[in-house]
Design a protein around this ligand. Structure first.
Ligand code: AMX
Length: 441
């Protein structure tokens, strides 16, 4: 939503040490604030006028402040390293990785409500955190889960429309087309046509955003069941949370898979504004295109192999290693396979990043999940081996700025372990997760 586009550019200018020392205080403040019993919409209604004033003040008082120097490399790299958007929901530090409203992933795992004590964070909690800047309590999150379930109905015509697409069309193509089909439901578009005052834009944007977030799992699960399970779709559960319900509709009811889906959606939700899809969503939204239009545009960016499609590429590549060398591949065989990949003009998928310069904390938390739930899985062991073998080789190439793994290097083997083996579908899961951030455009 437009009103939240403030300050992240300025927050980047703060020194790292200032960020670290203020974190403890800000987290405590966030928790104290969470005792309010307002629902999400009411909280936003209270906050929005303040945020609108804050943005005006920022412009008036700091509008002429310089934020950096632009070099030719930055332009050639497509705004690489350049502050280009206001982004307050998350901050991506090259060495430390992502923070959502100031909280690292381990802090989110500790502070956000879970389905059961000690479990993975519920994505609804992260949605609340991103929109309000406050850590919700369990009652807030349960109410938001119920609200999303209430909004989740999609028209049957959507399924007929998807059935009209070639079943061999990539799942991301089907997802993006389905979102465009749903665009006829945009409340924002209707309100705009009726001449709504700009101070009220947020109200219908909020409706569209929550409806879209709520309806995506049904659409995405339908696509999965249509392509891979002979069209036998599974209705929504009447009491499960967002992540659990999504896994359920896909056909997975192992409680560990529900936990994985909660973690998956949470960590894939937001990664600041420099990546292709996030940038696209906000660029398109700045034309007052409604959340359906901007989200569909973002999905099309996410569908590229150097971005969201990398999770598909990783599992296919790992399986090709196994096909050729077996599960107990030796270090020497692995090195040879990696060099062959590089020498044939391809990238090693799941490694490298446009901003990060260390191991992605989203990789690390998935590794911890694997160590806890599937330590003996042969593909997990192969992923662990790659973590030792790939970085020195990429470093040896001499041009790769970040030889470390990103989020996509790990997600596939977790899904594969619990039976979601169809790699070509993986980017859809990434896309559904990103609705939590993009839909606020
Ligand atoms: N394997 C082989 N070569 C790589 C590489 C990798 N994993 N990562 C970077 N390089 C190469 C680049 O292709 C480039 O080569 P060139 O000069 O011949 O064109 C050179 O190293 C310098 O690139 P860079 O500045 O380090 O990276 P970048 O910012 O240009 O690109 C990224 C970043 C992610 C596209 C790149 O690291 C890559 O292609 N990684 C593999 C695909 C991948 O995992 N993508 C997912 C990223 C996370 C996400 O969005 N989901």
């Amino acid at each position: 939503m437009v009103f939240f586009r403030s300050l992240s550019a300025l927050s980047r200018l703060r020194s790292r040490s200032a960020q670290q020392s203020s974190l403890g205080t800000s987290v405590r403040w966030l928790q104290m604030e969470s005792s309010s019993d307002l629902d999400l919409r009411s909280q936003l209604k209270e906050m929005i006028p303040e945020q609108q004033d804050r943005l005006k003040k920022l412009k008036a008082e700091h509008g002429k402040v310089q934020l950096g120097n632009i070099t030719t490399d930055m332009v050639l790299g497509g705004m690489r390293g350049m502050i280009g958007l206001l982004w307050e929901t998350s901050l991506l530090d090259p060495d430390e990785g992502i923070r959502f409203r100031g909280l690292s992933i381990p802090e989110c795992q500790k502070l956000l409500p879970a389905a059961k004590p000690g479990g993975e964070p519920l994505p609804e909690g992260l949605l609340w955190l991103l929109l309000t800047g406050k850590v919700p309590n369990k009652a807030h999150v349960d109410a938001l889960s119920a609200e999303l379930r209430d909004r989740a109905q999609v028209p049957d015509k959507l399924y007929k429309f998807i059935d009209g697409l070639d079943v061999t069309a990539h799942p991301m193509t089907q997802l993006s087309a389905g979102v465009m089909f749903l665009q006829v439901q945009s409340e924002f578009q209707k309100a705009y046509e009726n001449g709504i005052h700009k101070s009220k834009y947020w109200e219908t944007t909020y409706e569209d955003s929550l409806n879209l977030i709520a309806r995506l799992p049904a659409l995405a699960a339908y696509i999965y069941r249509r392509i891979y399970k002979e069209g036998q779709s599974i209705p929504m559960h009447d009491s499960l949370d967002y992540g659990g319900n999504f896994a359920h509709m896909l056909g997975f009811d192992n409680p560990k898979m529900h936990e994985l889906m909660r973690l998956y959606v949470t960590i894939h939700s937001d990664h600041e504004g420099g990546n292709v899809s996030a940038h696209t969503a906000h660029l398109v939204a700045s034309a007052l295109s409604d959340p359906y239009l901007s989200f569909a545009a973002a999905l099309n960016g996410l569908a590229g192999p150097l971005h969201g499609l990398a999770n598909q590429e990783v599992l296919l590549w790992i399986k090709s290693v196994v096909d050729e060398c077996g599960e107990n591949v030796s270090t020497e065989q692995l090195k040879e396979y990696i060099w062959r990949t590089l020498n044939s003009g391809k990238v090693v998928p799941g490694y490298g990043h446009g901003v990060l310069r260390q191991t992605d904390p989203r990789y690390t938390c998935q590794r911890e999940f694997a160590l806890k739930h599937l330590p003996d899985d042969p593909l997990f062991q192969l992923v662990s081996k790659l973590y030792e073998v790939v970085p020195p080789i990429l470093t040896e190439l001499g041009k790769v700025k970040n030889p470390w793994p990103n989020v996509d290097a790990h997600s596939g083997v977790l899904l594969n372990h619990f039976g979601l083996t169809e790699a070509r579908y993986y980017t859809v899961l990434f896309g559904v997760s990103r609705s939590i951030e993009y839909a606020r455009s």
